[in-house]
Design a protein around this ligand. Structure first.
Ligand code: FAD
Ligand code: 2HG
Ligand code: ZN
Length: 481
């Protein structure tokens, strides 16, 4: 995706272009190792995970402390230099890479876990901590992060906060809206906003930390976070089920909630196209024979006997009602991991070759899979469209709809957009469930912002108040005025 494919974006004329004097000033602030200007090193920072969006930044800054971030932002604010904050660069909507020549502010070196409160169950960490590293650290305290993503090996807590990441266990532990207890952020003018007390209850005025949740780097640089952490389960089970009809996926979801109840920790679905992709492109062995749909239903519990009894009752009920064709259950870590790999690596498999049109929709459950059929019919005569697939967090009503093509194709794009967004809106859904808006969807915010036009003007008012010069991740989230 380059600007010529998005003719609606033009470089903001009031923003300065980076000059040698700026680079020299940054080197004085961060030391030479904190400033990257070599062409070949810049490439990775300019290109997104999907390799579909490419910016043209000439400078990457790597601060190590909040004071350094503050000094950088003060200098950018004075010089009207635009900044694109970057965490693990695993975002899927083009928000983490520059569009033009914005400075990339990489948070990777701010990766200290500050402290853990094992009694309260909270972790304080810097924004650049990698999710998996925090989780591994928390295990020592019998705790875990309240969310888990396939990108856990690279994505960072600051990126997770900034996208309000959802993931695989939201059905049990809730969203970051509830689990984010504190934020430290550097504002556009360099001021440090410290809301890191970490109290579960704190009604002293506006809940400022929530401003940065899902702000995608447009309101400030998140430099630290306090996260509420659930107790690490001592008994975990995972069922993989094969089903031949989507209506049975929904009845199985209801059955899982009814019987597994408080132990249910994840309920995910994938269709046969996704299973074929992970099997054929990544060589992962399908756990069951061929079915139209596969579900992963996981439990987190504290008593193996109780957990096992509940899982048995669940499976017996599924066999008795005939909703499930086949299934397997694992409680050994290696077997569970093999099953999770199949689910977590779908994105990698689908994007292995060619071009992927990616949609992340919240939908009422009864409409969840319908759009996959609609798009298959719609794209039937379009040769360049290879597959249309659906998978995702069915427990949360979040569908990942993907259209695969050999290469970017304008006809497919026009068949998908805005059709999918219109369909989603008409059916009471949201055009971004968990990935955010970033660059790719900003253009559509005017029409499809989840809560209507007043929400957009409020967002603009907040943006103007916090970032009057528009230097923080420009061209992202909000549509051009
Ligand atoms: P980046 O990609 O670097 O940035 C994302 C956005 O946040 C950008 O707009 C960036 O400017 C901003 N940002 C990053 N760090 C900061 C900061 N410190 N301060 C201010 N702004 C910042 N997402 C889900 O919600 N659920 C999933 O299940 C899920 N699974 C995934 C699986 C795979 C294989 C991949 C590749 C991605 C997946 N994602 C998922 C998307 C992505 O991993 C998440 O959006 C994640 O939270 C991004 O974190 P990051 O550190 O990589 O952020
Ligand atoms: C997931 O749930 C991620 O695996 C990625 O949110 C979804 O690739 C996608 O469409
Ligand atoms: Zn997801």
């Amino acid at each position: 995706l380059t600007a010529d494919r998005y003719p609606w974006v033009t470089r903001a004329p009031h923003l300065s272009r980076i000059e040698d004097k700026h680079v020299a000033a940054f080197e004085r602030l961060l030391g030479p190792s904190g400033v990257i200007t070599e062409e070949e090193q810049l490439d990775g920072y300019n290109t997104d995970w999907l390799k579909m969006v490419r910016g043209q930044s000439k400078v990457v800054l790597r601060p190590k402390t909040v004071e350094e971030v503050s000094a950088v932002m003060r200098s950018c604010s004075e010089g009207k230099l635009a900044v694109c904050p970057q965490g693990g660069n695993t975002g899927l909507v083009g928000g983490s890479v520059p569009v033009f020549d914005e400075i990339v502010l990489s948070m990777s070196l701010m990766n200290n876990i500050i402290k853990v409160d094992p009694v309260g169950g909270n972790v304080w960490c810097e924004a650049g901590c990698v999710l998996e590293a925090v989780n591994t650290h928390l295990e020592k305290f019998g705790l875990m992060m309240p969310y888990d993503l396939g990108a856990k090996g690279s994505c960072q807590v600051g990126g997770n906060v900034s996208t309000c990441a959802g993931g695989l266990r939201l059905v049990r532990y809730g969203s970051l809206n509830a689990n984010l207890l504190g934020v430290q952020a550097v504002l556009a003018n360099g001021d440090i906003l410290d809301c890191m007390s970490g109290h579960r209850k704190d009604n002293t005025g506006y809940h400022l930390r929530q401003l940065f949740l899902g702000a995608e780097g447009t309101l400030g640089i998140v430099t630290g976070a306090v996260i509420s952490c659930p107790t690490l389960p001592t008994s975990v089970s995972l069922a993989c089920l094969g089903l031949d009809d989507f209506s049975k996926v929904l009845t199985t979801l209801r059955t899982s909630k009814r019987i597994l109840c408080e132990t249910l920790s994840s309920c995910e679905v994938m269709d046969d196209t996704c299973m074929d992709a992970v099997a054929n492109k990544l060589g992962l062995k399908p756990p069951l024979g061929s079915h139209k749909f596969y579900m992963l239903v996981e439990t987190h519990a504290s008593n193996p006997q109780h957990d096992g009894d509940k899982m048995d009752a669940f499976l017996q009920e599924l066999l008795a009602c005939g909703d499930v064709e086949d299934g397997t259950v694992a409680s050994e870590p290696s077997k569970m991991n093999a099953l999770w790999q199949i689910r977590e690596r779908i994105t990698e498999a689908l994007s292995r070759d060619g071009y992927l049109y990616k949609y992340d929709l919240s939908l009422p459950h009864e409409k969840f899979y319908e759009i996959v059929h609609v798009m298959r019919n719609r794209l039937r005569g379009v040769k360049a469209a290879k597959t249309v697939s659906g998978f995702g967090h069915v427990g949360d009503g979040n569908l990942h709809l993907n259209v695969e093509a050999d290469a970017f194709d304008q006809e497919i794009l026009e068949m998908c957009e805005p059709f999918i967004f219109d369909w989603t809106q008409k059916n009471g859904g949201s055009i971004s469930a968990e990935h955010g808006i970033g660059f790719k969807k900003a253009k559509f915010m005017g029409k499809y912002a989840a809560t209507g036009k007043a929400s957009l003007s409020t967002m603009r008012a907040i943006k103007t108040a916090l970032d009057p010069n528009g230097i923080l991740n420009p061209y992202k989230v909000l549509p051009p005025a």
